[in-house]
Design a protein around this ligand. Structure first.
Ligand code: GDP
Length: 295
């Protein structure tokens, strides 16, 4: 599935092969291929432009390394720049000095937000951290049930007040309950809509204001492609995110959304979802994602 991408980059490297150094004239076509490859990997156009400009600058300023061919040097520059833009290392989940750590999950419907909420709880439980889930999606009756079922499956308590209560009240009371129960981390699932709408944003902002979370994680479907950029910008401008979870990486997307999310928000991707099962969550590692994007 990464063939087209690898081939593109292969021809980019080829254009530098046999040259004795990276120069203005020979780097142009290599950069063009990188640009195409990233666009094919669904990285947002604006993000691609910025990225390519950065690679260009570094490639032209690069010292010739003895024993390293220009194409190898160029590959390394592209790879290192991808890793750098995506944050270098894994960014762990925030932890409050005084528990509970409060995590707010945000995102569009169908992205895997509710699943990610449960996955995160299981991940923390494996580190002996107690968790509680809070169900504030009162608009889809099945959403509360889904979270309750997932909670039961992973043996984590779920705070819910049905579908008649106000989401802000549910969140506030859920966090209070977690405090009373001496829970380490409380994860608040929120309503997702098919599209971003002002009411959804206002409600999220109200919940955030009410519970003052240590972490606001935007759940982004890796298959969203180009749209991941707009989505991230809107959520970050209106709510302020502290990180993201990139889901459905077990699918055939090339992961370009990772680059867009990071570059647009400046916030790290903290976890990736790699399957439907509750165990299918992994920490995000920029170097692994760079390899995936480069094929
Ligand atoms: P929500 O509407 O954002 O809360 O989305 P859900 O958590 O209900 O997930 C929507 C669908 O995506 C469900 O069928 C999930 O099983 C599926 N899903 C969630 N995360 C992943 C993932 O990482 N990989 C795959 N393949 N499917 C996922």
């Amino acid at each position: 599935m990464f063939d087209a991408l690898s081939e593109r980059l292969e021809s980019a490297w080829k254009s530098l092969r046999g040259q004795d150094k990276i120069s203005e004239s020979n780097v142009q076509s290599a950069l063009r291929e990188v640009r195409r490859a990233l666009l094919e990997a669904d990285v947002n156009l604006e993000v691609v432009k910025t990225f390519v400009a950065q690679v260009r600058e570094q490639a032209l300023g690069a010292q010739v390394i003895a024993g390293v061919t220009p194409d190898q040097q160029f590959i390394k520059i592209v790879n290192d720049e991808l890793v750098r833009v995506m944050g270098e290392t894994n960014a762990p989940l925030a932890q409050a000095g005084t528990p509970p750590t409060i995590v707010l999950m945000a995102g569009l419907q169908g992205t895997g937000k509710t699943t990610a909420t449960a996955k995160l709880a299981l991940h923390l439980r494996k580190q002996n951290r107690t968790t509680m889930l809070v169900a504030t999606d009162v608009y889809r009756p099945a959403a509360v049930d889904q979270l309750v079922t997932l909670g039961r499956q992973i043996d984590v308590p779920v705070f819910e007040l049905g579908t008649e209560a106000n989401p802000v009240d549910i969140a506030r009371q859920g966090v209070a309950q977690a405090k009373t129960d001496g829970i380490d981390t409380v994860i608040v699932d929120t309503a997702g809509r098919l599209q971003i709408d002002p009411k959804m944003m206002a409600e999220l902002a109200d919940i955030k204001q009410a519970i003052q979370p240590h972490e606001v994680l935007l759940v982004v479907d890796a298959m969203t492609g180009q749209e991941a950029a707009n989505l991230t910008r809107t959520f970050h401008d209106e709510i302020g995110i502290t990180g993201a979870v990139l889901t459905k990486l077990d699918g055939d997307s090339r992961g370009g959304a990772a680059l867009s999310v990071r570059q647009i928000s400046g916030q790290p991707i903290k976890f990736v979802g790699v399957g439907e099962k509750v165990e299918a969550l992994q920490p995000f590692y920029p170097d692994r994602m760079a390899s995936r994007i480069l094929g």
